[in-house]
Design a protein around this ligand. Sequence first.
Ligand code: MG
Length: 161
Amino acid sequence: METRIGHGYDLHRLEPTGDNGTSLMVGGVEVRCGLQSIAHSDGDAVMHAVTDALLSAIGEPDIGSLFPDTEPENENRDSGEFLLEAMDRVNAGGWAICNVDITVLCDQPKMNSIREQVCENIRRYIVAPVNIKGKTHEGTDSSGAIEVHVVALLQKGKTHE
Ligand code: MG
C-alpha cells in the first residue's frame, strides 16, 4: 500500500462587482455576494487549491503548468475542468482518494451559509469524503482576498497480501 499526501494553496483578490452581475465561484458554487474574483479563469480558488493538492500528491505538474494563465483558451474557463483533468490523472495512476480537507479564509461570503453545497459539489468530482472549514482574515491586510489551503490523502495498492 502506497500513501501520498498533497498540499494545495491558492489566493485571489476579491473586488466589488458593481452592477455587472458577476458571481463569485466557490468550489463550483455560484455565490452572489457583491464580490468577484480577479483572475484569468473563473477565479475559483477552492477548485484551484483542490486541483493542486491532488496533482501534487501524485507528483504531476501543478495547475499553473497544465493550464497557463497566458493561454486564451483558459480565459474565464470553468475551473471544474481543471479538477476533472486532475481526476483523470489520479485515476490513470490507480490512486484512490482517502479524503480532502479544505480551509477557506475570507471575510465574505460566510462559509457557514454555503459549506454543504460546496462539499456536495466537490464530492461529485472526487467521490471521496470532503470537509470544509471557514475562517476570516481577522481584519489583516489580506481582507480583500479569498485564500484556500487544501490537504489531500491518496492511496494505491493492496492493504495486505
Ligand atoms: Mg487560482
